[in-house]
Design a protein around this ligand. Structure first.
Ligand SMILES: [Zn+2]
Ligand SMILES: [Zn+2]
Length: 150
């Protein structure tokens, strides 16, 4: 499993002050809620989560703060089979790929250093140095395979 606790609120606060941006109490609360929520969430899902403890924070503020977290490299936005943006906590050591179920939308995190290495080698053969990649595998999870008989 990927350890998502290698980034925290202090990294966000440091980013904001480097950028000369004002860290409001709302932005701070949103960032704290984000770092505490494991998994891959749409803006709507994350907004609902934030609203539970902070009912007066608007969805636009949540969205803007998510974008700031992405700019800071502390969040990653991914698009899976349904094309909806999903956000998850990111850090320098948190790279992983995804296994996505087309039946129930379940998203599992996978990482294999052989694949990571092979990708770097393939890129080098074409004279590239990689700054990142997106690697999503689609299919049916064991639960969904059990209910869809084919
Ligand atoms: Zn499934
Ligand atoms: Zn992930």
């Amino acid at each position: 499993m990927v350890d998502e606790k290698d980034v925290d609120l202090n990294d966000f606060l440091a980013f904001m002050s480097r950028k000369g941006l004002n860290t409001t109490a709302q932005r701070r609360a949103i960032a704290a809620a984000f770092f505490d929520l494991p998994g891959h969430h749409t803006l709507e899902e994350f907004y609902q989560h934030v609203a539970k403890s902070n009912p007066d924070i608007g969805q636009t503020t949540v969205y803007r703060t998510l974008k700031l977290l992405c700019d800071a490299g502390l969040a990653v936005e991914s698009h899976f089979s349904d094309g909806v943006a999903r956000y998850e906590v990111a850090g320098p050591e948190s790279h992983h790929d995804h296994l996505v179920c087309l039946g129930c939308g379940k998203i599992l995190e996978i990482i294999d250093q052989r694949i990571e290495k092979l990708q770097r080698e393939l890129a080098e053969q074409s004279g590239f140095t990689l700054s990142g990649h997106v690697h999503n595998l689609y299919g049916l999870c064991a639960d969904c395979r059990g209910t869809q008989r084919q």
